[in-house]
Design a protein around this ligand. Structure first.
Ligand code: DAH
Length: 334
C-alpha cells in the first residue's frame, strides 16, 4: 500500500502550500473530484481480489478522512485569518480603538487655567522637591509652626522636602524682580496624611498671585468672584471669612454659594448653602521685603485653591482615593 502512503504525503505537502480559498477548492477537486486522485483509487477497489479488499478499503477510507479533515481545517484557518482571507465579511462589527481621555483632575486644572489666563494671569511652575526656605521661611512661616513638623511634612533630608503647598512658587517668581506679577501656579503638593475618603498624601493646588501698584483687597474679591462665576455659573456669590495664613495679612477663607442649590441647602453643600473653597489674603509685607520688594511701593493679593476639592464637588465624587486608583470604570465617566 505504498501508493496510498505516497498519495497521503503528496496531499500533505500540497495542502501546506495552499493560501487561498480558491486554491483549496482546486485541491479538493484534485483529490476528491469525479476524476480525483483518491476517487480513482476507490474505483479500482472493485477489481481487486476479494481477499485484499477489506484491508485496502480500510486504508482508502482512512486516507479519505485525512484528506477531508485537512481541507476542513485549512478552510477554517483561511476564513478566520484576516491577512490571508480572500473573502471579506463586511457585516462583522469593526474593532473600536480605545480612546484615551484626560484625567478628571487635569480636566478641572485645565478649566481653572483657562479662566485665569483669560483674566491676564500667566501660568508658572516650580519644583515639587523644595527647600524649607522656599516652602516655609520665605513664606513667613515661623520655626515653631506645626506644618514644619516631620509628622506633617515629607522631608527627604535636612536640605530638601516635598512641597506642602504651591505657595513657594510665589517666592521663586517674585525673586526674579520683574514686576508687576500676575500668575497662577498649578501643581502637586504632598502632606503626611493617612489616606481616607477626604485625604490623600498627594494632591493638587492652584496658587494665585498678583503684585502691582495699588492692588487692594477689592481686587482680590473681584478676581475671585469673576473666577468662581465663570467656573460655577453667573449666579454664584462669594464671601470671605477672616482667617490666618503666615504669608498673608489680612487673610481670609473663601466660600462660594453652592452651585447645585444656589444657597438654599442640599446634599452637595450638606445643607449649608455655602462651599469652602480655599485661602486668600493680601501678601504680607514681610514676604515682599524678603524678596527685596518695597511694600510701600508694591502691594499684592494671593490665594490658593484645591483641584480635588473642586472636582469632588462638581462631579459628585465622595472618595478622593478614586482619583488615584486609575480604575477604567471610574475614569471612563469623565
Ligand atoms: N498655601 C495654603 C495652603 O496650602 C493655601 C493658601 C492660602 C494660599 C492663602 C495662598 C493664600 O496664596 O493667600 O493651605
Amino acid at each position: 500500500m505504498a501508493d496510498l502512503y505516497e498519495l497521503g504525503e503528496l496531499f500533505t505537502s500540497e495542502l501546506a502550500a495552499v493560501n487561498a480559498i480558491n486554491d483549496l477548492n482546486d485541491l479538493r477537486v484534485r483529490y476528491l473530484g469525479k476524476k480525483g486522485l483518491l476517487t480513482q483509487k476507490l474505483k479500482e477497489l472493485g477489481s481487486l481480489p476479494p481477499a485484499e479488499k477489506p484491508a485496502r478499503g480500510a486504508a482508502l477510507n482512512d486516507l479519505k478522512v485525512k484528506i477531508q479533515e485537512g481541507i476542513a481545517f485549512k478552510q477554517a484557518e483561511l476564513t478566520t485569518s484576516h491577512a490571508n482571507s480572500t473573502s471579506l465579511d463586511l457585516t462583522l462589527p469593526g474593532h473600536n480603538p480605545l480612546l484615551g481621555r484626560r484625567h478628571p483632575l487635569m480636566q478641572v486644572e485645565e478649566r481653572v487655567k483657562s479662566i485665569f489666563r483669560s483674566m491676564g494671569f500667566v501660568v508658572e511652575t516650580g519644583p515639587e522637591v523644595e527647600t524649607p526656605y522656599y516652602n516655609f521661611t520665605a513664606l513667613n512661616t515661623p520655626d515653631w509652626h506645626p506644618a514644619r513638623d516631620e509628622a506633617d511634612t515629607f522631608y527627604l533630608n535636612d536640605e530638601y522636602l516635598l512641597r506642602t503647598e504651591t505657595s513657594p512658587v510665589q517666592i521663586r517668581v517674585l525673586e526674579r524682580g520683574q514686576l508687576p506679577v500676575r500668575m497662577i501656579a498649578p501643581g502637586r503638593v504632598y502632606r503626611k496624611d493617612k489616606p481616607d475618603p477626604s485625604h490623600f498624601p498627594v494632591f493638587h493646588q492652584v496658587e494665585g498671585l498678583y503684585v502691582d501698584h495699588g492692588v487692594t483687597f477689592a481686587d482680590l474679591k473681584g478676581t475671585l468672584l469673576a473666577f468662581y462665576r465663570s467656573l460655577f455659573g453667573e449666579e454664584t456669590r462669594i464671601r470671605f471669612r477672616p482667617h490666618f495664613f503666615p504669608f498673608t495679612e489680612p487673610s481670609a477663607e473663601v466660600d462660594v454659594t453652592c452651585f447645585l442649590c444656589g444657597g438654599a441647602g442640599c446634599r452637595v453643600c450638606k445643607d449649608k448653602g455655602w462651599l469652602e473653597m480655599g485661602g486668600s489674603g493680601m501678601v504680607d509685607p514681610k514676604v515682599l521685603v524678603g524678596v527685596n520688594i518695597d511694600p510701600e511701593e508694591w502691594t499684592g493679593f494671593a490665594f490658593g485653591l484645591g483641584i480635588e476639592r473642586i472636582a469632588m464637588l462638581w462631579y459628585g465624587v465622595d472618595d478622593i482615593r478614586l482619583f488615584w486608583e486609575n480604575d477604567m470604570r471610574f475614569l471612563k465617566q469623565f
